[in-house]
Design a protein around this ligand. Structure first.
Ligand SMILES: Nc1ncnc2c1ncn2[C@@H]1O[C@H](COP(=O)(O)OP(=O)(O)OP(=O)(O)O)[C@@H](O)[C@H]1O
Length: 729
């Protein structure tokens, strides 16, 4: 940790009791003169402000506002536990903002209140709502910051940001000096970044007595948080605004997807108006469900109202995620049955998201969860039963703006007997290479003694150190190298960071930038275009493959798509005709610009091999291998692929563009379903492994396998060639 700098003003001047009362009186309408002018922009408050204010005042947290401010005043850390919908996320940061001085004495600089969210979509939507509640423009006094998008300005005093972003900020500002109060929201979710922030903030608090921390959590485990945060006081906010009725199935459902769609249709035909939120597990399943719902209800004709099915998952570009906030469709004819919006989402809609109009929640009880096996270094997403805490959060989405109903597609007995109370912390089931790189960058060298709330397995930490050492980000003593420092500046996994940093050496950094950006958006949403059936979706994908497919692999196909988009001046009509999703490409383009700015910051040259050269694609493939040499699979004589060194049997994902089965492939992702798939694959040459990553492909350190024998031959060939060229000289 760095040292504390001298400050001109005293920090954290929480107002005294009289000020608390004045604030309550003012906003509550006590003093109409001061309350009618918005202190943030000097404008009179709009009617909407007052309308929302009336609703805000009914939220349970408002009854404990004074108690909260008093507790905050007398403590550096505070744990706040509240029922879902009690108003934590939207109100507490505003209470804090009203109570602390954010302007420095010389007015040259503002301090901020930061409130973290585990999900991007939540950070964006909650900040919009709060800006509305405060009657200011989003991006000015209230803003948000998510990876690849910063919607804040010099005026910003309340910032919602993902936990990952706060961690990134700490890299440049170790004492988080721009903040006066940090609020960690949804702490019970125990995301990887929040867990790291816990440990980090404990240190920062010691070095900054003026900083305050509020840890907010939905349920349970409050005592655990208290114990961890030096016995900080705990404040409970009971109650929620609207009741939610819970229904269970009589018998277990065999096919949850089919049951979910059936329930949607039943609600639409039998229940009063109100939108529906359905929780499913992944993008393909969600897109499929949206199509089926639209089709089934469409087939019912005019006796039912129209529906709009909207997907929501994390890899959907932010602009497309915003569609969930659009209103339900109007009746087809005036006075006809009302329309309904049906949001079909992964568990990203589980916390902090209020979608106005949602009355019904359908919860099949499953989510894709990260799992990591350090022994074979496989991290993947696995469909697994959710926890009781998750089920509770999901049902909470129904009672946000009016009383609601939640349909759990499992039995009550199963809820009580089969579901774990809490979701297992992500830090215990993740690959930690990225986290370790971040911690190293933050100056934390002693990982074993870092104050984790739940320490990860030593084997997982060892694996992470090993991977970073192979990538050259850490030296043999575990110290960060210059390469590692640059890699850590990219908000990407270390492999991709390495690929970008070394790409100028292969004379193809422009292309590697494009590929990295394209990989950052969902492959599925990229090719999707107004298709109404799975068959059509398949046809569209096949069509796109024919047009842009590159025989050497999916990464190069993505590059072709990006180039074609640019060559056609980003024309929406062209996108439509080519089954390309323009919004997804725009999003990729935005990511590309941000990554190229980071490249420029480190003087990494932007260059390309001549397109007509035979080396053009070869160089790109080699640069990719320089980052992903630990994600290689070899085609065995038996006809299946084995991952190199870890010897896992894998199959090429059916979405691949290859027209042959290459002997060696690199892959971007490991997908665990009924079979083990590797997705987004590209053909590479065995010789390159020997040239580009000899330290990893060191045969003295290699398990016995077919790949080893092939590599042995390649090494011998290399030696012979070297000898021959020497003797020629
Ligand atoms: N965008 C919105 N539109 C309409 N009402 C909203 C909106 N956002 C919040 N609200 C209202 O404010 C209430 C409290 O929301 P808030 O997100 O602060 O709750 P919370 O206690 O943080 O819940 P959770 O932990 O489940 O996220 C909602 O239940 C809803 O009544």
């Amino acid at each position: 940790m760095g040292t504390e700098r001298k400050r001109k003003v005293s920090l954290f001047d929480v107002v005294d009791d009289s000020a608390v009362k004045k604030l309550n009186g003012g906003i509550n309408g006590g003093n109409s003169m001061t309350a009618s002018i918005n202190k943030w922009n000097g404008k009179p408050y709009s009617q909407r402000f007052y309308d929302i204010l009336e609703k805000r005042k009914t939220l349970p947290v408002w009854h404990q506002k004074e108690e909260f401010l008093q507790a905050l005043k007398s403590n550096q850390t505070l744990i706040l536990v509240g029922e879902t919908g009690s108003g934590k996320t939207t109100q507490i940061p505003q209470f804090v903002l009203d109570a602390v001085e954010v302007e420095t004495a010389d007015k040259r600089r503002k301090y901020m209140i930061g409130c973290t969210q585990p999900r991007r979509v939540a950070a964006m939507s909650v900040s919009r709502r709060v800006a509305e509640e405060m009657d200011v423009v989003i991006g000015e006094e209230v803003g948000y910051s998510i990876r690849f998008e910063d919607c804040t300005s010099a005026r910003t005093v309340l910032k919602y940001l993902t936990d990952g972003m706060l961690l990134r900020e700490a890299m440049a500002d170790p004492l988080l000096e721009r903040y006066k109060v940090i609020i960690l929201d949804e702490a019970h979710e125990r995301t990887l970044a929040t867990d790291v922030l816990f440990g980090l903030l404990k240190e920062v608090l010691k070095n900054r007595p003026d900083l305050k921390l509020v840890v907010m959590s939905a349920t349970l485990e409050a005592e655990k948080f208290q114990g961890y945060f030096f016995g900080a006081p705990l404040m409970k906010v009971p109650g929620r605004l609207h009741p939610v009725e819970i229904f269970y199935t009589q018998d277990p459902e065999r096919d949850y997807l089919e049951a979910a769609i059936r329930t949607v249709v039943q609600i639409h035909t039998c229940e009063p108006p109100g939108d529906i939120l359905v929780f499913l597990t992944g993008e393909e399943e969600i897109e499929d469900a949206c199509r089926k719902i639209t089709k089934e209800i469409g087939n019912m004709g005019d006796q039912v109202g129209p529906v709009k099915a909207v997907p929501l998952y994390s890899t959907l570009p932010p602009a497309m995620q915003q569609k969930i906030f659009e209103p339900a469709p109007p009746p087809v004819v005036e006075g006809g049955p009302p329309g309904r919006k049906i949001v079909v989402s992964t568990n990203i809609a589980e916390t902090s998201l209020t979608i106005d109009g949602i009355v019904y929640v359908i919860d099949p009880g499953f989510a894709k969860q990260k799992v990591y096996n350090p022994r074979v270094r496989v991290e993947s997403l696995l469909v697994s039963p959710i926890s009781k805490a998750s089920a509770h959060q999901r049902s909470g989405r129904a009672g946000r703006t009016q009383p609601g109903k939640c349909f759990r597609l499992y039995t009550e007995k199963s809820f009580h007997n089969d579901l774990q109370p809490q979701t297992y912390p992500e830090i215990l089931r993740s690959n930690l290479a990225n986290t370790v790189l971040t911690l190293k960058k933050l100056g934390i060298d002693d990982l074993v003694h870092f104050d984790f709330m739940d320490p990860p397995a030593p084997e997982t930490l060892m694996r992470a150190l090993e991977v970073l050492n192979y990538l050259g980000a850490l030296d043999d003593d575990g110290n960060m190298t210059r390469l590692g420092e640059i890699m850590s500046e990219f908000p990407l996994d270390p492999q991709m960071g390495k690929m970008l940093v070394v790409s100028p050496e292969f004379n193809c950094s422009n292309e590697i930038l494009s590929i990295s950006a394209m990989l950052s958006v969902s492959q599925y949403s990229l090719m999707k275009q107004m298709v109404s059936s799975r068959l059509e979706a398949q046809k569209a994908a096949d069509e796109a493959k024919n047009r842009f497919g590159h025989i050497d692999g999916d990464h190069l196909t993505l590059l072709n798509v990006y180039h074609a988009y640019k060559q056609n001046q980003e024309d929406p009509q062209w996108c439509y005709e080519n089954f390309i999703n323009q919004r997804a490409l725009k999003s990729a383009d935005n990511v590309r610009q941000q990554l190229s700015r980071i490249m420029a910051r480190f003087n990494l040259k932007l260059c390309s091999t001549d397109f007509n050269s035979r080396e053009y694609y070869v160089n790109i493939r080699k640069a990719m291998l320089a980052g992903y040499f630990m994600q290689v699979a070899h085609l065995e004589r038996t006809g299946h692929y084995l991952t190199v060194k870890d010897n896992q049997v894998v199959h090429l994902h059916p979405s691949n563009c290859l027209d042959h089965k290459p002997e060696w492939v690199i892959y971007n992702e490991y997908v665990l379903t009924s079979r083990n798939f590797i997705r987004t694959v590209t053909d590479i040459r065995g010789e390159w492994l020997v040239d580009i990553a000899p330290h990893y492909y060191d045969l003295a350190n290699f398990p016995q396998c077919e790949a080893k024998r092939v590599l042995e031959r390649l090494y011998k060939k290399r030696e012979r060639e070297k000898d021959e060229s020497k003797s020629k000289k």
